[in-house]
Design a protein around this ligand. Structure first.
Ligand code: CP
Ligand code: NVA
Length: 302
């Protein structure tokens, strides 16, 4: 592994290896507390963040290294050529993590950088989120055997990474989205190319998608950058795609509930479901730091 732009870049062995290391980092943090002494990483943000920013910053500190938070607008990233700016930044740090509007920005960065580049969310995918969610799912079930995951809502960046992660680890994934908000055709083509179409099922009706699922995952109906579409989207997604008690009556008993956060309570998910005993959203949030520490250890090893 040199960069992490999408989970597609990883083999199933690399994913499992990363999850094993993340489990150990979580269990024995002191073992790793000086592994990245003297190393620095740059965290570049075109969009806002709570979990991604703070878990990378704090995680790097816990490994003995240093993280620089860089707001795109307060640097000359918005003035100069992106290639020149990234080439310069990669002279000063050992790794660049970036949250960008357009995925192709990350590809330009990867090609220009002399150090690893990690995707901290793009319009296409959110690999760090889903790698840590896979860690959380394995913690809850002990393995990935005999589980089914369901996605209800927008076929967005988080949904795309969930599909890729599930396909890589042979986990069936049942997706319900409105017709016009399905996962990108390019992703469905990739699933076909991998000969894994049997694992991915797309539905219009959330009741169908959650029927056999052990895990029900949702995310906002309006991602960052889509704010102008809010009214139109909410009319299409509500009430059918909201995760609430009534919808969960169609699921097996007590499926685990996942959400990457930030949640819009009362929109894509109701308070009672988000705060229920089956909700593992804060275990998901916590595991971001353990997984990303493992990722930094892998990418920055000498
Ligand atoms: N889930 C997630 O990436 O959260 P932030 O947008 O707060 O980083
Ligand atoms: N789909 C959301 C995820 C936020 C972590 C967004 O892109 O805004």
């Amino acid at each position: 592994m040199i960069d992490l732009l999408t989970i597609k870049d990883l083999t199933d062995e690399e994913i499992l290896d990363l999850l094993d290391l993340a489990d150990d980092v979580k269990k024995s943090p002191n073992k790793y507390c000086s592994k990245l002494n003297g190393k620095s990483i740059a965290l570049l943000f075109q969009k806002t963040s709570t979990r991604t920013r703070i878990s990378f910053e704090s995680g790097m500190y816990q490994l003995g290294g240093n993280a620089l938070y860089i707001d795109w607008r307060t640097t000359n990233l918005h003035l100069g050529s992106l290639k020149d700016e990234i080439k310069s930044i990669s002279c000063y740090v050992d790794l660049i993590m970036a949250r960008v509007n357009e995925h192709k920005t990350l590809e330009v960065m990867r090609d220009a950088s002399n150090v690893p580049v990690v995707n901290g969310l793009s319009d296409m995918c959110h690999p760090c989120q889903i790698l840590s969610d896979l860690m959380t799912i394995r913690e809850k079930f002990g393995s990935f055997e005999n589980i089914k995951v369901s996605w209800v809502g927008d076929g967005n960046n988080v949904c795309s990474s969930l599909i890729i992660g599930c396909v890589k680890l042979n986990i069936p994934i049942l997706v319900a989205t409105p017709e016009k908000y399905r996962p990108h055709q390019e992703l469905i083509d990739w699933v076909e190319k991998e000969k894994k179409s049997k694992l991915v099922h797309i539905y219009n009706d959330p009741k169908e998608a959650i029927k056999e699922a052990n895990v029900v995952y949702t995310d906002t109906f309006v991602s960052m950058g889509q704010e102008e579409e809010t009214e139109k989207r909410l009319k299409i997604f509500l009430p059918k795609f909201q995760i609430n008690k009534e919808l969960l009556n169609y699921a097996i008993k007590n499926p685990l509930i996942m959400h990457c956060l930030p949640a819009h309570r009362g929109i894509e998910i109701t308070d009672d479901v988000l705060d229920s005993n089956n909700s593992i959203v804060f275990q998901q949030a916590e595991n971001r730091i353990h997984l990303q520490k493992a990722l930094l250890l892998k990418l920055l090893k000498k």
